[in-house]
Write a protein that binds this ligand. Structure first.
Ligand SMILES: NC(=O)C1=CN([C@@H]2O[C@H](COP(=O)(O)OP(=O)(O)OC[C@H]3O[C@@H](n4cnc5c(N)ncnc54)[C@H](O)[C@@H]3O)[C@@H](O)[C@H]2O)C=CC1
Ligand SMILES: O=C(O)CCC(=O)C(=O)O
Length: 448
């Protein structure tokens, strides 16, 4: 069978077997189409039904999470963990707590994680999990009880050589701490490498908190260098004001860029003079307030209520760092019209398929999520290593390793793109480079 027909056939099966799972289908669609040149050269992969196997999770766990709020009312949420592909190492990937979480979103994130983790060069398979719990407005005690309830099921399915969860949207060091406490109690084990993104006093790694945002900037630095330029004096639009956005802004500013936007689900800030990050950190990391309160400290900035479309603001570099599908075709066209030259994805799948097509058609240099935001999971891999060795590296040691990993991911993506004669197609390059390692491991492990 020829490679193109094979890919289209697998995609039809994915659509039929996963009805209504649009996010998952789109993630698979993007990856599979970019693998056609590889399959043309390696027909043995088609014979081994490699794509049929890679699109099917090794295991999908789905469970009830009952918990009690401060008033004594009982709530029931739905928990998920997908153990997508363990060919190159234990399943690894974050947990997302957000009301929009469903099976499709967890599967798209887990599928992406397979290739992202492979790109890091570290031995980690792909997994992801989460729950449709909404942490917004919950007391600390409610968050603790919820995390304990969630872990009282999840602990049966994880292990340092099995599956190692971490944070994602709505899950930071506080939630990881509560889940670790419950894991330790239930398992009677102080195996610290069971979760990453831990607080520093029980096995957390220096450098994990800023790793995804810093990694994104290390990656785009390579893209800019490749085109003979740098971040210095560039105008940058960032979306989000969570973990990834905050540390992307911090590192971009350190490299001399002017970051003019940030957002949350309520609206966005445009600060023409440059975002004051100390205010954002205080509002979001310390006080858990809405981004519109930024105006109380910077009255000259603008706040656009009810829109998260920071992409209407002119910029040289766009860094989506909030959530999936936040740049659609219309936003992409607006960015292009306003002169954007570089787009690098901090969030997972923030650009829709037709937005990516618009960027590529317009010659915008595009950095895909699985390459650009791999710094977070890479640092988690380094945390696992430190836990296994029972020692801690300094921030500088971790950050230096992170920089090397991000440079290597850029080089691998660029080189795979060149190999297919499409030099600037980092999307295809990252998919191919991530896939080849996993496919090789799957082939050598037989039909399992
Ligand atoms: N935390 C990590 O290490 C990694 C995170 N990511 C991805 O980065 C993105 C952001 O994650 P974090 O910063 O960790 O989460 P977070 O919970 O710290 O922040 C999420 C941010 O996105 C905004 N947001 C969420 N839903 C939104 C919506 N529907 N519309 C507009 N804004 C919305 C929130 O207001 C917040 O500013 C996600 O796509 C996540 O999967 C990717 C790799 C690693
Ligand atoms: O650090 C981790 O294991 C999780 C990172 C993650 O969820 C992601 O890369 O999207």
């Amino acid at each position: 069978m020829d490679a193109k027909n094979y890919v289209e056939g697998v995609l039809e099966d994915v659509k039929r077997r996963n009805p209504g799972e649009v996010e998952f289908y789109n993630a698979v669609d993007e990856v599979l189409h970019s693998l056609i040149p590889v399959l043309e050269k390696k027909p043995e992969l088609i014979e081994a039904a490699i794509l049929d196997r890679i699109v099917e999770p090794e295991r999908m766990i789905y469970f009830r999470v009952p918990w009690m709020d401060d008033s004594g009312k009982v709530h029931v949420n739905r928990g998920f963990r997908v153990q997508f592909n363990g060919a190159i190492g234990p399943y690894k990937g974050g947990l997302r707590f957000h009301p929009t979480v469903n099976q499709s979103i967890i599967k798209f994130l887990g599928f992406e994680q397979i290739f992202k983790n492979s790109l890091t060069g570290l031995p980690m398979g792909g997994g992801k999990g989460g729950c449709d719990f909404d942490p917004k407005g919950k007391s600390d005690a409610e968050v603790m009880r919820f995390c304990q309830a969630f872990m009282s099921e999840l602990y049966k399915h994880i292990g340092t050589d099995v599956d190692v969860p971490a944070g994602d949207i709505g899950v930071g060091a506080r939630e990881i701490g509560y889940m670790y406490g419950m894991y330790r109690k239930l398992s009677n084990s102080s195996s610290q490498g069971i979760l990453t993104g831990k607080p520093l006093t029980f096995g957390g790694s220096l450098g994990r908190t800023p790793a995804t945002g810093y990694g994104l900037i290390y990656f785009i630095n390579e893209m800019l260098k490749d085109k003979g330029t740098s971040l210095k004096d560039k105008t940058v639009a960032v979306s989000g004001s969570g973990n990834v956005a905050i540390y992307a802004i911090e590192k971009a500013q350190q490299f001399g860029a002017k970051v003019v936007t940030c957002s949350d689900s309520g609206g966005y800030i445009y600060d023409e003079e440059g975002i004051d990050l100390a205010i954002v950190k205080q509002l979001k990391e310390v006080e858990a307030r809405r981004i519109k309160d930024y105006l109380q400290f910077r009255p000259k900035a603008k706040y656009v209520e009810g829109s998260t479309n920071v992409w209407e603001i002119p910029c040289d570099v766009a860094l989506p760092c909030a959530t999936q599908n936040e740049i659609d075709k219309a936003s992409a066209e607006k960015l292009i019209q306003n002169g954007v030259k570089f787009v690098a994805e901090g969030a997972n799948m923030p650009s829709t398929l037709d937005a990516v097509a618009a960027f590529q058609k317009a010659g915008i240099y595009f950095g895909p999520a699985k390459a650009c935001n791999a710094g977070g999971v890479a640092c988690s891999g380094l945390e696992m290593t430190q836990n296994a060795m029972r020692l801690s590296w300094t921030f500088e040691e971790v950050d230096e390793k992170l920089q090397v990993i991000m440079k290597n991911i850029f080089a691998a993506s660029k080189s795979a793109a060149k190999e297919i004669g499409d030099d600037d197609n980092l999307l295809a390059g990252a998919n191919i480079a991530g896939f080849l390692k996993v496919a090789d491991a799957m082939m050598k492990q037989g039909i399992i």
